[in-house]
Design a protein around this ligand. Structure first.
Ligand code: DX5
Ligand code: ZN
Length: 267
């Protein structure tokens, strides 16, 4: 009798398997492609921010914080001190969207404070590579936003520096505006660009995302959905998040772009 020892790899060998984006812990369909929901506190009661954050903590993936400086956009909201306070009270990771001039100067501080994603606008950044790297170096995900009229191709050379592209689906500055359908072709182009480059960049949409529009966004390629008035304008914000997620997941399940998952980075 011959004794065969089948041991093709030495004990302790580790195998590196490319990671797909993890399904959100709130996923209702157990999809491989993650749908993430990021409620915007712009439409919340600013005097009760901790309570408003808690209202969606069990069902959302992120808390979207809109920082506006009344220069880059014609509105003024909040800044680093409020973000630092929210970080003490909110359990969801903060997704900070900086609609400000001089993001190169201000953005790294949000990451250093503990925001888990910091997004700057390509229209405002003077040194996007340095700033996106500083955000990552501080331990946050780096986001790059484009206004409705800015071509996404202007971001192509920056894709390796970016963890999330934010395609604005309204002109930034205010909640409760009408969704701009004209952004959908750009969203499809953005999804193709990400696939071409083989990167794990998330595609976020922000502005006018609601039960009427979220399926179009998911079908066109979005995987992270910001919703302000659709969540905080509702009587039951948590239920609104769940309804939006279910719709986005159904649309993603039928989307052609989602048939070819890209490797992902964990949050
Ligand atoms: C707008 C902000 C959005 C805003 C979206 O400039 O960036 O995050 O909260 O609000 P809704 O979802 O109401 O359009
Ligand atoms: Zn925003």
């Amino acid at each position: 009798m011959i004794e065969l020892s089948i041991e093709p790899y030495p004990p302790g060998t580790t195998f590196l398997i490319p990671q797909s984006p993890a399904a959100s812990p709130h996923s209702t369909l157990g999809l491989i492609m993650a749908v993430q929901v990021s409620p915007s506190i712009l439409s919340a009661d600013f005097a009760r921010l901790a309570d408003e954050a808690a209202a969606v903590a069990a069902v959302a993936d992120w808390l979207h914080v809109d920082v506006m400086d009344n220069h880059f956009v014609p509105n003024l909201t909040l800044g680093l001190p409020v973000v630092e306070s929210l970080l003490k009270h909110a359990t969801l990771p903060l997704d900070c969207h900086l609609m400000i001039e001089e993001p190169d100067r201000w953005a790294p501080a949000y990451a250093e404070a503990g925001a888990r994603n910091v997004t700057i606008h390509v229209e405002a950044a003077q040194s996007p590579v340095r700033t996106l790297r500083a955000i990552r170096a501080a331990g946050a995900r780096s986001g790059l936003a484009v206004n409705p009229g800015t071509p996404v191709e202007s971001c192509e050379d920056l894709l390796s520096e970016v963890d999330m592209l934010l395609l604005m689906t309204v002109e930034p500055g205010f909640g409760g505006q009408h969704f701009l359908d004209m952004v959908l072709p750009k969203l499809r182009r953005a999804r193709s660009l990400v696939a071409e480059h083989g990167t794990a960049v998330w595609l976020q949409v922000d502005g006018g995302v609601s039960e009427e529009t979220i399926e179009r966004c998911a079908e066109a390629g979005a995987d992270v959905f910001v919703a302000g008035s659709a969540v905080y304008g509702s009587e039951d914000p948590a239920r609104a998040v769940q309804a939006l997620r279910a719709q986005a997941e159904r649309a993603t399940a039928h989307a052609t772009w989602a048939a070819h998952p890209q490797p992902g980075r964990p949050i």
